[in-house]
Design a protein around this ligand. Structure first.
Ligand SMILES: Cc1cc2nc3c(=O)[nH]c(=O)nc-3n(C[C@H](O)[C@H](O)[C@H](O)COP(=O)(O)O)c2cc1C
Length: 156
């Protein structure tokens, strides 16, 4: 049996709830990607042009993350979850992906959104994922979707 890891970032709780379902179905370990500086409500107000999220989007700087995944090399399948921000993964997910060697891993992306589909999220994230690995799935989930069936089709 391969080792499975579920990784997630969530600013407002939607992706956390989804990640908990993914992890329960996948039966592995879970790691929360937490920013060293938590996002306040004002920080994620994308309607304000000078809010933190808008500045980070333009700046493309790495977002410091609390802690690291222990024994990352042991995992063969990694589920990575996040809210769609600006039609893609949030910068903190780019920063997370950059920190690890993904050689040999199967990566499945899952997301929540306000309505956007997965769109070009995979292509935008790919440059931050180093090592010979495969992104085997990428999906935005809406309420009522069968998350467990999706997970069980990917875990082997
Ligand atoms: C900075 C920011 C940008 C967002 N961009 C999009 C977007 O491009 N498309 C979309 O459908 N929803 C967008 N949303 C909405 C979130 O994807 C959605 O509310 C998500 O479920 C939040 O997940 P969370 O509760 O795990 O943080 C955005 C939200 C924020 C805060």
């Amino acid at each position: 049996m391969s080792k499975v890891l579920t990784v997630f970032f969530s600013a407002e709780g939607n992706t956390r709830a989804l990640a908990e379902r993914v992890n329960a179905a996948a039966g592995g370990d879970i790691f929360e990607v937490k920013p060293v500086e938590p996002y306040s409500k004002a920080d994620i107000n994308w309607k304000n042009p000078i809010s933190r999220c808008n500045k980070e989007k333009i700046g493309k700087k790495d977002i410091p993350i609390v802690g690291t995944v222990e024994n990352f090399g042991d995992y063969t399948t990694v589920f990575v979850g996040f809210p769609i921000w600006y039609y893609g993964a949030p910068n903190i997910i780019n920063s997370f992906m950059k920190q690890y060697d993904w050689t040999g891993k199967r990566i499945a992306l899952f997301a929540t959104s306000g309505g956007s589909d997965i769109g070009k999220t995979v292509g935008k994230l790919r440059p931050y994922v180093t090592g010979d690995c495969r992104i085997i799935a990428a999906q935005v989930f809406k309420s009522g979707d069968d998350v467990e069936a999706w997970v069980s089709g990917l875990v082997k």
